[in-house]
Design a protein around this ligand. Structure first.
Ligand SMILES: NC(=O)c1ccc[n+]([C@@H]2O[C@H](COP(=O)([O-])OP(=O)(O)OC[C@H]3O[C@@H](n4cnc5c(N)ncnc54)[C@H](OP(=O)(O)O)[C@@H]3O)[C@@H](O)[C@H]2O)c1
Length: 281
């Protein structure tokens, strides 16, 4: 194995075993519910991946599917799940059909069951360093950086992409760890002047080869979040020529991807702990 590779599959495997052990000690089986609406091929693949791992970890898994549903009815379904003591975690699989208000639907999930970490309440807690459920991809990236003992304090981190799913929560997580963080996006002029300065460069855009060799400095650590399917093959957002200059870099596939789904499973366990803490208070 190339010694420059940040191996998400290996880290995921280790995390999986640790989580399985913890889950085995629980008195009751935890349950993850994924709500899906309409048919979306990519979503079906992701749901299947979640189901396989959830069952392997030792959770119950329910896929609540609706071909179509009114927004009010969907919110009622979510409220029922919020009240149900047998349900530990709730996800609404994205993307939603455009007739549904994503913001309203996500925010109807109880923050204590919001294992995707996408409610406004959990976002606010994250920014204030309070215990909360953190979005899975940023959580997975932090786990990778921790595993490889990549120090963040005093480091210059550049993130490209400011989505609510990845870039924005990651910005706050890294700031909370005393990194100096720059967040770039589609309106950033002369992206290269920022990426060139990065000690750690994290790219979450969805454009193959957005980052080329001339845009990074020697010794950079690169986390490539992008997933771009071209002619049936997967590519990240960073040109593989950047490996030459990088000290460490995630491959695509096999870098960030495996960390996202294991982070979700960790969030289910954490949700249970947060729910218990709330009951004790
Ligand atoms: N490996 C995983 O587990 C995982 C998980 C989640 C996402 N992903 C992948 O990561 C990528 C990003 O996902 P996402 O959900 O964050 O996407 P998104 O919601 O479409 O956000 C993309 C971000 O990239 C920015 N952007 C677009 N073009 C740019 C450019 N030329 N220069 C700089 N910034 C640019 C956008 O800026 P504006 O805000 O200005 O529009 C936006 O902030 C996708 O390929 C997705 O498949 C992978």
């Amino acid at each position: 194995m190339n010694e420059k590779i940040i191996d998400g599959k290996k880290v995921r495997k280790e995390k999986e075993l640790k989580l399985q052990e913890k889950v085995m000690t629980l008195k009751e089986k935890l349950t993850l519910v994924v709500i899906s609406i309409a048919f979306d091929e990519a979503s079906q693949v992701y749901i299947r991946q979640k189901e396989l791992l959830a069952k392997k970890i030792g959770y119950n898994f329910i896929n609540l599917h609706f071909d179509t549903i009114l927004e009010e009815d969907l919110i009622k379904e979510i409220e029922k799940l919020n009240e149900d003591k047998n349900i530990t975690g709730i996800i609404v699989q994205l993307p939603l059909p455009s007739y549904l208000n994503k913001e309203r639907i996500l925010n109807s999930i109880s923050p204590l069951k919001d294992v995707d970490g996408l409610t406004n309440t959990n976002f606010l807690k994250l920014t204030k360093k309070e215990p909360s459920l953190i979005p899975c991809t940023p959580k997975g990236i932090i786990s990778l950086l921790d595993y490889y003992k990549i120090a963040l304090k005093e480091k210059r981190v550049v993130i490209v992409g400011r989505s609510e799913l990845v870039g924005l929560p990651l910005f706050h997580l890294l700031l909370n760890k005393d990194a100096t963080v720059t967040l770039c996006h589609s309106k950033t002029k002369n992206l290269k002047q920022y990426t060139k300065l990065a000690d750690i460069l994290i790219v979450a855009v969805g454009k193959k080869d957005l980052i080329t060799e001339d845009m990074v400095k020697d010794g950079v650590i690169i986390i490539d979040v992008g997933i771009n399917r071209v002619d049936g093959k997967l590519y990240g957002d960073v040109d593989s020529a950047c490996f030459k200059k990088a000290r460490l870099m995630t491959p695509v596939p096999g870098g960030v991807g495996p960390m996202t789904v294991i982070s979700l499973m960790e969030n289910v366990y954490l949700a249970k702990k947060l729910q218990e803490d709330k009951l004790e208070k």
